[in-house]
Design a protein around this ligand. Structure first.
Ligand code: GRG
Length: 304
């Protein structure tokens, strides 16, 4: 859609995200029992696309009123908070009492490598760590205390029962059942969409964006969140565990998916329609960001 060099952008962004994550993980390791620290390192530093922190940092830059946007490492400290929640969710999602998965990001899942007890504790420790990380980083970015609290609240609301945790409940309850389209949209909006949306809203709020721009970023986030999960369903149905670096598949877990409900081609169409809506959301508030436009397309074109 544009000649924006997204793969170099993503690689450079990942290089900025990793040290921010390393910083939090080493602090947590020094504060927590060694087995919990080791499980946190495994679950957080073991790869991944780092999409949520990249979206957060990108939204921050897109919404900043400063020109040029000052280079400030605290943006990645803020962005890291999103990845801490994401990583905890993957660690807990893989536990035997949930998806019982052994492979994630191309390696043994955290409980396989470090045991269920350490993994449960590590995941739990990451939730308050993420809230504190968001508050501290917002302060470092120069946000006033009101904005810093809003940023942390946005993150915790998205992570909670009205967002990701609620979506996961629906997901677990729906195993073995045939869910309808609306139910699947609710499930995906919570399980996957809430944190992706929060990534954008947190970045926008920390940059001082006003209400209409924040709402445009929320709409963009919801749209790419749904497009992301539909694409996940398509990849799950069409790629091997080796390519995806994770198993078991949705079919093995008897989950309802967009592919099962609508078929591959309709699922692809629906994902593309969400990308178009995401771009319309940017246009509606003149958010002029090549990376956000390119990221929306990447969400549906990615191969893993
Ligand atoms: C106790 C009910 C209950 C919930 C706890 C476990 C949990 C909270 C939530 C699970 C949420 C979850 C696993 C959602 C899936 C989101 C998703 C599509 C993950 C894959 O994201 P990618 O592709 O992964 O960005 P990488 O590895 O690239 O970071």
């Amino acid at each position: 859609m544009t000649d924006f060099a997204l793969s170099s952008y993503l690689a450079a962004e990942r290089e900025s995200v990793e040290p921010a994550l390393e910083d939090v993980v080493s602090r947590l390791e020094s504060d927590l029992p060694p087995d919990v620290g080791a499980a946190i390192r495994h679950g957080v530093m073991g790869g991944g696309k780092r999409l949520r922190p990249i979206l957060c940092a990108t939204a921050y830059r897109a919404c900043s009123k400063e020109d040029p946007v000052p280079v400030n490492g605290a943006v990645y400290a803020l962005a890291a908070a999103l990845e801490l929640i994401h990583c905890y969710s993957l660690m807990h999602d893989d536990l035997p009492c949930m998806d019982d998965a052994e492979l994630r990001r191309g390696q043994a899942t955290t409980h396989v490598a470090h045991g269920e007890v350490a993994t449960a504790r590590a995941g739990a420790a990451l939730i308050p760590a993420a809230a504190l990380q968001a508050l501290a980083a917002a302060g470092e970015l120069g946000c006033g205390s009101g904005v810093a609290v809003e940023v942390a609240r946005e993150l915790m609301q998205a992570a909670g029962a009205g967002g990701m945790v609620g979506g996961q409940w629906l997901d677990l309850e729906g195993e073995g059942q045939e869910l309808g389209g609306e139910q699947l949209d609710d499930l995906y909006g919570g399980k996957t969409g809430a944190l992706l949306t929060a990534s954008l809203v947190v970045g926008a709020k920390a940059a001082g964006a006003g209400g209409p721009v924040v709402e445009a970023m929320r709409r963009y986030g919801r749209a790419i969140g749904l497009a992301f999960q539909i694409t996940d369903d398509i990849l799950d149905a069409t790629q091997s565990a080796e390519t995806l670096g994770k198993e078991p598949s949705d079919a093995v877990l008897a989950k309802s998916t967009y592919v099962a409900l609508y078929g591959l081609e309709k699922a692809r169409e629906r994902a593309r329609a969400q990308v178009a809506d995401a771009v319309r959301a940017l246009d509606s508030e003149n958010v002029d960001s090549l990376p956000l436009r390119a990221l929306a397309s990447y969400i549906v074109e990615r191969e893993a």
